[in-house]
Design a protein. Structure first.
Length: 253
């Protein structure tokens, strides 16, 4: 599949979107930046809207997901705080954040039961992540929400030349992420670039400064190291197929 503007941006080839991934990015970008503390609701809102559900905003997702806002948000360098909340959300420190279980509940509720958010967890080795993404290409549409530790990522402005070298050699670039929040973060997994020796995973973030308007590529090894859990969001009729893909990868739901 063509990678569209993404290939134009990086000069990298071999990109394949996950089913519906390009549309998911297009729907997510107008919501940038995410509201402070609403990384999970940002990703879930994009998944819902990409599937055709008219959800008001990140706040509506957050309220149903049981999100608790941090007293002091941790933002990437250069990002401005966004606090235009429509709803009054609880604030607490510690204990702030959104759980994957809460996001799954919000997605299923706001879709009227027409979407399923199938959890995936286990040993996130690079091979298991690769196998999961490959298995999901057989579905008609998927939104993949990942609960990650951004400190495990590479620098979001890693030079294209270094990424090309990684695809050819499998040796990850030296630059590491400069954003290291003390709590987890949620991103959307949208596709892969498969090289001779290395594989890049494409991620859509809630902050425009991280990559190209939120979209960046990370070596599969680093994404696997960053991962805690995933939600595989599919039409409810595809829930069994999503579960089978998870098990094929040696993971569990």
């Amino acid at each position: 599949m063509s990678s569209g503007i993404d290939d134009d941006r990086t000069g990298l080839s071999g990109h394949r979107w996950l089913p519906g991934g390009e549309h998911l990015v297009a729907v997510a970008r107008p919501e940038l930046p995410q509201k402070d503390g609403l990384a999970g609701p940002f990703t879930a809102l994009a998944a819902l809207r990409a599937a055709g559900f008219d959800v008001a905003d990140q706040d509506e997702v957050a309220a149903l997901a049981g999100t608790v806002l941090p007293e002091v948000p941790e933002l990437p360098a250069g990002e401005e705080s966004r606090v235009d909340y429509r709803l009054a959300l609880p604030v607490s420190e510690p204990g702030a954040g959104t759980t994957p279980e809460g996001l799954a509940r919000a997605i299923e509720t706001l879709s009227g039961g027409r979407l399923a958010a199938v959890p995936a967890t286990g040993n996130w080795a690079p091979q298991s992540l690769f196998m999961l993404l490959a298995a999901l290409w057989h579905l008609p549409r998927v939104a993949l929400i990942a609960d990650v530790d951004p400190a495990e990522f590479g620098a979001h402005d890693t030079p294209v030349r270094a990424l090309l070298d990684y695809l050819d050699t499998g040796v990850p670039p030296l630059w590491s992420s400069r954003w290291r929040p003390s709590t987890g973060h949620f991103v959307l997994v949208t596709g892969m670039r498969i090289g001779v020796e290395g594989t890049l995973v494409s991620l859509m973030d809630g902050y425009a400064s991280l990559g190209d308007n939120g979209l960046h590529d990370q070596p599969v090894e680093w994404v696997a190291a960053a991962l805690s859990r995933m939600l595989v969001v599919v039409d409810v009729g595809e829930a069994e197929a999503a579960d089978a893909a998870i098990k094929t990868a040696g993971l569990w739901s």
